[in-house]
Design a protein around this ligand. Structure first.
Ligand SMILES: [Fe+2]
Ligand SMILES: [Fe+2]
Length: 316
């Protein structure tokens, strides 16, 4: 790829500064010898949407929040696999160029490796406190290989969406919540701190990549982005089904068929909002996307999102 857009060093330098300023350690800063308080919810209702299940008693609602919260942490561990691969790949464009930009990407990669370790630790800690049978369906390396087969432009767009909604979910829902586990809230407090500069780097790299590709390449990259969203939706369908099956198995409750059907459809609806629509609606994502593509391309993306949006009944 020909690097035809020069991005000022200061933009990468401010990301490096932020990275140094907020740097944290999993045990020293987050876990601090604590464990998850399983008498509390994990994921806030404003993200999980479980308050809509009026037929659940408080214990059942808490269990469903914990299952969704466990999946939420695992989903970050999943996407960070492909995000880190892409960041390492992009770093080559700075190897013999701007060394500050290179440092920004190396730190980004290092942080995502640490985050993956954090989310693996969390999965082990939560697993130790819940009955067996939970299954996180997608395989990080398989998903990473599939995502990385698409164009860099599309992968960067998806990555920016994810790294922006991470921040919004924390600031609007997790931080103000009074009911959730304190350790769970801290996980996403510290994660948010390092994600802020990731989103800025995604933006810089996406704009740089956009300037380096032809109109034809961009047009097929738009199709790639649509295919990536469809692939994410496939993952969400499988995981929502697995999570509801686990909930029904361990809750020990006998629900009416119509309520089981609601659990299935509305859990998928919640996941679609969490991992696709809340990101697609991010103003920064929309602004950059619209500055890069034609009306026709935007229409194609919106048409692809429409059936997903139509099925979603939740939103924070
Ligand atoms: Fe992360
Ligand atoms: Fe990140």
């Amino acid at each position: 790829m020909i690097n035809i857009l020069a991005i000022p060093t200061e933009k990468y330098a401010s990301c490096v500064d932020a990275s140094k300023r907020v740097r944290w350690d999993i045990d020293r800063d987050i876990i601090r010898g604590r464990d998850f308080e399983m008498d509390r919810k994990l994921l806030p209702d404003s993200i999980s949407g479980i308050q809509r299940f009026e037929f659940l008693d408080p214990q059942e609602a808490r269990l469903l929040s914990q299952i969704q919260g466990r999946t939420y942490a695992n989903m970050f561990g999943l996407v960070e696999r492909f995000i880190n691969c892409k960041v390492l790949e992009l770093s080559q464009h700075h190897w013999t160029g701007d060394q500050v930009a290179l440092e920004a990407l190396v730190r980004f990669s290092d942080e995502e490796l640490k985050h993956q370790e954090l989310f693996r630790r969390i999965e082990q800690m939560i697993a130790a406190k819940m009955p067996p049978g939970y299954h996180f369906v997608p395989q990080p390396n398989e998903v990473a290989n599939a995502v990385l087969s698409k164009s860099t432009w599309a992968v960067l767009g998806l990555t920016l969406m994810i790294e922006l909604f991470t921040q919004t979910h924390y600031l609007k829902s997790i931080q103000p919540d009074q009911e959730c586990s304190a350790l769970y809230k801290d996980v996403f407090l510290y994660h948010w701190k390092e994600e802020s500069q990731h989103a800025r780097i995604d933006e810089l790299e996406w704009v740089r990549e956009n300037a380096a590709i032809s109109a034809g390449e961009r047009d097929s990259a738009v199709n790639d982005m649509i295919e990536l969203v469809a692939a994410v939706d496939g993952i969400l369908r499988a995981q929502a089904a697995a999570d509801v099956a686990y909930f029904l198995e361990v809750s020990g409750a006998a629900f009416f068929e119509e309520n089981i059907a609601r659990l299935r459809s509305e859990t998928l609806s919640a996941y679609r909002w969490q991992y696709i629509l809340s990101g697609a609606a991010e103003p920064r994502f929309q602004k950059i996307l619209r500055s890069m593509i034609t009306e026709d391309q935007l229409e194609r993306i919106e048409k692809a999102l429409a059936p997903i949006a139509a099925s979603v009944t939740v939103g924070a």
